[in-house]
Write a protein of this length. Structure first.
Ligand code: ATP
Ligand code: MG
Length: 433
């Protein structure tokens, strides 16, 4: 990066210098000719008709105006001048040598001639000096710019390095980011941004920890519930069957008692069967694979209504896209969770559950007419799991709550054609099994 920056600065200065040199040289080509021509004309006008003798002309040569050499008849032009400092290529560039200006002649009082020779030496040397000064000036400016840039860069880089070190240390130790104060505005902004991300990450981690704890507790509660159900309910019926079977052994001679015992065994067995179905269903909605999502939702809503005595209206589109069993399970569980919340928190007397499909989207809405979300409500496992499931399906959840008017929970999901065909084959497999 440093090298590239140096290269850019030098290139810019070089381009500007080159452009200035070319402009000055180009302008000088016409200026020099104009200056010398005007000097020649002025000198010719000045000398014309003056009573000059050869001797006086020799004196005048020493006082010759710039750009003009005054020579008496037969005199030789001067050699060696400031032009010697000016490189030949530059004189060629100005183009004076290629097209030399013609000399002028003036007649003196004694009848001889005075030669006026054009002299561009001083003028070209002046232009050359200006160019040398300009290049020197630009070189100094370029060096100063580079120096200032390097210093600023060094400072910013050292702050950036320190920032990276602090961020690396913070993330390695898993602690919140507390970064030093930086005075470079960009580095400061970056540090603030990292600190913000760090604290968000910390909050997220704490949240995740809380969620994991709650999930583990829930798992324990579910296991305890399962054990209680198996022991208190099903275990009790199995003990009953065992006892009745033992009774048959004792009174098998009495047909009436045997008949009664057989009936009791039948009754207990159907209770065990019903208990098992309920237990299995609470562990996994078997009804989904047996009946499909639409009927599974109907059965869920019906049971919920019976248990809560809250009116629940279900509306499911006639033509739903076929979904994978995973997607259907997520939708079923989200509905179940939303209904549980309505029963536990809303105080509603009417709930609507609708599942609508458009071309490429599926929308599940659970709307109640209860209390709505209280201000400052924090999400528990229920709403989080709804969000998590929606995200797993590539969808999103929106909650609209109006105090004392109710809560509307809408889950918008994409439908995937590939998933549909998977499910079709899965359902066909289930049917053939
Ligand atoms: N339909 C609703 N009407 C009013 N408030 C609701 C409704 N649904 C949820 N809430 C509020 O949102 C909070 C969070 O709900 P969430 O389901 O995430 O957790 P929870 O039901 O309290 O506990 P759990 O983790 O067992 O589900 C609830 O405590 C409740 O205050
Ligand atoms: Mg809940």
């Amino acid at each position: 990066m440093r090298f590239r920056l140096v290269l850019i600065v030098v290139a810019v200065y070089l381009a500007v210098t080159l452009l200035s040199v070319v402009t000055i040289s180009y302008q000088a080509r016409t200026d020099v000719v104009r200056e010398v021509e005007s000097a020649l004309s002025q000198t010719a006008l000045m000398l014309d008709g003056l009573p000059l003798t050869q001797k006086r002309i020799a004196d005048l040569s020493g006082l010759a105006p710039r750009h003009v050499d005054i020579l008496p008849q037969g005199g030789r032009p001067p050699v060696g001048s400031t032009q010697a400092d000016t490189p030949a290529w530059f004189i060629d560039l100005i183009g004076f040598h290629a097209e030399p200006l013609p000399e002028r002649r003036v007649r003196t009082a004694d009848g001889s001639e005075v030669r006026l020779l054009p002299n561009s030496r001083d003028e070209i040397a002046e232009v050359w000096d200006s160019i040398v000064q300009l290049v020197a000036l630009f070189s100094i400016a370029c060096a100063v710019t580079l120096l200032v840039l390097m210093l600023a860069l060094k400072r910013a880089q050292s702050q950036l390095r320190s920032l990276v070190r602090s961020v690396e240390r913070g993330t390695k130790q898993g602690i919140g980011l507390k970064l030093a104060q930086y005075d470079e505005p960009e580095v400061k902004r970056l540090a603030d941004h990292f600190e913000r991300i760090g604290s968000e990450l910390e909050a997220e981690q704490a949240d995740n920890q809380r969620l994991t704890d709650a999930l583990m507790q829930l798992q324990e509660e579910e296991r305890a519930e399962l054990a209680r159900e198996l022991h208190d309910n099903l275990g009790q019926y199995i003990t009953g069957v065992q006892a009745t079977a033992a009774l048959i052994e004792v009174c098998c001679a009495d047909p009436q008692k045997t008949l009664e015992a057989a009936r009791r065994i039948q009754r207990d067995c159907s209770e065990i069967h019903a208990g098992f179905r309920q237990l299995i269903n609470s562990l996994h909605p078997v009804v989904l694979t047996e009946l499909g999502l639409s009927d599974a939702l109907k059965s869920l809503v019906q049971r919920w209504q019976e248990n809560t005595s809250i009116l629940c209206v279900l509306s499911v589109d006639d033509e739903l896209p076929t979904l994978s069993i995973d997607s259907a399970t997520h939708i079923y569980r989200m509905t179940q969770e939303a209904l549980t919340n309505c029963a536990r928190h809303s105080g509603a007397n009417r709930v609507t559950v609708s599942l609508n499909a458009s071309r490429k989207r599926l929308s599940l809405a659970v709307v109640d007419n209860g209390s709505g979300l209280a201000p400052g409500t924090r999400f528990g496992i229920g709403l989080r799991s709804i969000h998590q499931r929606a995200r797993a399906l590539g969808g999103a959840v929106s909650l609209e709550s109006t105090l004392d008017k109710g809560l509307s929970l809408v889950i918008d999901l994409p439908c995937d054609g590939q998933v549909q065909s998977q499910l079709q084959s899965q359902r066909q497999e289930n049917l053939s099994a």
